[in-house]
Design a binder for this molecule. Structure first.
Ligand code: TXA
Ligand code: MG
Length: 314
């Protein structure tokens, strides 16, 4: 793929309207959401969607999430249900992706769904993501804006580091507030958690009034993107350690300090928001990384999931 010049757009009215115009022309635009930066393309335009797979080096069998401005718009593309309404009322706009059956006449590119009869869809909350959706006035397919297999970007600089020359533009609106990807819940059968993320399963269970089933990681046939080593930095990671070995860099949490500390006060939301940025920074040196234990409750499960993937053999 020949390199193109990647424009950096500000989150002003002008920047938003340039982003929407580029998307309408079939170009790729990265933009912030509350979770991570997404690599956006017009979800109805197969040429545009094909460029997403090319720019990321993503296998074509791995489907993309479609972003829309509201639950009402989502209903144009998927077969809605009572449970979808419950979860949308509670968590949209926000860091939850729902997997639902595709609706006839949806007009999305078959590349988006990797030809599956289902669609992953979400309504992002972040203001500039909402502004782009409203200016573009259509569905935007957007995986995380990183080369396939690398750490997701939570700043404009991360996007540039991974995809400069491969995408038309990136809209800069500072660091992402949550810093972990959306939680993915399939409503094809009993509600099933496919990926831990920005909404905790405790919160989802509370709304559903029953515990989610889980089908995380390698068990998922319908979401081959959940490969074990999906979030990998190039340096090896050692998890749940209380002190670094000579030559290791230490990623601390709470009282266990290090070269970086995800949250000295032990706050999991703060740790989530910092995780990918610290991994990006630690990844810029070849030194192995030792990581302090993180409690496995609330957002801690999503954090531990990303760390386990980052540490997985590849
Ligand atoms: O927070 C997020 O979800 C970010 C922002 C940009 O919205 N997006 C994101 O996209 O994380 P991506 O492509 O990195 O991860 C999407 C995941 C993949 O693991 C993919 O396999 C899964 O969603 N997925 C997509 N369509 C699916 C479907 N129909 N059924 C099951 N899983 C699906
Ligand atoms: Mg991703």
């Amino acid at each position: 793929m020949q390199d193109i010049k990647t424009q950096r757009l500000d989150a002003t009215d002008d920047g938003i309207s340039q982003a929407a115009t580029l998307l309408s022309s079939g170009a790729l635009v990265a933009f912030p959401t509350e979770t991570v930066y997404g690599l956006g393309a017009d979800a109805r335009n197969s040429l545009a969607v094909a460029k997403v797979f090319e720019a990321k080096g993503r296998p074509h069998f791995n489907p993309l999430i479609v972003h829309v401005g509201s639950a009402d718009e989502a209903k144009r593309f998927v077969i809605w249900s009572n449970k979808a309404q419950l979860l949308a009322d509670a968590f949209w706009p926000g860091p939850l992706t729902l997997v639902l059956p595709l609706k006839a006449g949806h007009e999305l590119s078959p590349l988006v769904t990797a030809d599956l009869p289902t669609l992953a869809i979400r309504v992002p909350a972040q203001a500039s993501a909402q502004a782009i959706l409203s200016a573009f006035d259509g569905p935007i397919a957007a995986p995380s804006a990183n080369p396939s297999g690398r750490i997701s970007p939570t700043t404009c600089a991360h996007v540039i580091a991974g995809l400069e020359g491969k995408i038309a533009a990136v809209l800069d609106n500072g660091p992402c507030e949550i810093g972990l990807e959306s939680s993915i819940v399939s409503l094809l059968a009993n509600p099933t958690l496919l990926r831990e993320g920005g909404v905790t399963s405790e919160q989802i269970n509370h709304v559903l009034g029953a515990p989610l089933e889980t089908a995380l990681k390698d068990e998922i046939v319908s979401a081959p993107g959940q490969l074990a080593s999906h979030y990998a930095p190039s340096a090896p990671l050692r998890l749940n350690v209380t002190s670094a070995l000579p030559g290791e860099k230490m990623l601390g949490f709470g009282d266990i300090d290090g070269d970086f500390n995800l949250s000295p006060s032990g706050n999991l939301a703060q740790a989530a928001a910092r995780l990918f940025d610290y991994l990006h920074q630690l990844d810029s040196t070849p030194q192995p990384i030792a990581v302090a234990p993180i409690p496995s409750s609330g957002l801690g499960r999503a954090i531990n999931d990303r760390l386990a993937r980052a540490a997985a053999p590849r």
